[in-house]
Design a protein. Structure first.
Ligand SMILES: Cc1cc2nc3c(=O)[nH]c(=O)nc-3n(C[C@H](O)[C@H](O)[C@H](O)COP(=O)(O)O)c2cc1C
Length: 141
């Protein structure tokens, strides 16, 4: 077994790192496979450490019956270990294959639009609060 990602994957991860460093907040989009999030997402998360610290994370999930919600609940535990704050509300799409038209637009967007507004409001509040706090006192100091 390899102890880390391949050179090719590491090169792709390195491209993302500066964007994570600059960001004040994150929205993680995840599907659900066998009641959990995909290994590729875990690799991205694990490859970074300080980038998540004292920043908020929101979730958009999709899948079959559960709409990816089990992935989200497991990801909350992962991000707690990385000193990130996960926001309560998320956007989820159950049976996602039936919810979008051929252009990729939602057939019935009302509920998801409302959920997205709630998620973004919470993420913005936490993003501003934690950005101010980090600039006053660097996290962990
Ligand atoms: C092997 C496999 C396992 C899956 N397990 C779940 C599951 O546990 N819960 C769920 O809601 N959907 C499950 N699904 C449905 C996927 O979440 C769905 O197909 C989703 O579109 C996959 O996202 P992706 O195509 O972006 O990778 C599963 C699909 C496959 C192929």
């Amino acid at each position: 077994l390899s102890s880390g990602p391949s050179e090719e994957v590491a090169a792709e991860l390195a491209k993302v790192s500066p964007r994570l460093t600059e960001a004040d907040a994150f929205i993680v989009v995840t599907p659900e496979y066998n009641h959990s999030f995909p290994a590729s997402l875990k690799t991205l998360i694990d490859w970074h450490n300080t980038q998540w610290q004292a920043k908020p994370v929101g979730f958009v999930s999709y899948g079959g019956l559960s709409g990816g919600l089990r992935s989200v609940e497991q990801l909350r535990q992962v991000f707690a270990e990385l000193h990130a704050v996960t926001v309560r509300d998320s956007v989820s799409f159950h049976n996602c294959w039936g919810q979008f038209d051929e252009t990729g637009a939602l057939k019935e967007p009302e509920a998801a639009t409302l959920a997205a507004k709630t998620l973004l409001d919470q993420l913005t509040w936490w993003g501003k609060a934690l950005s101010e706090a980090r600039s006053r006192t660097p996290y962990g100091s």
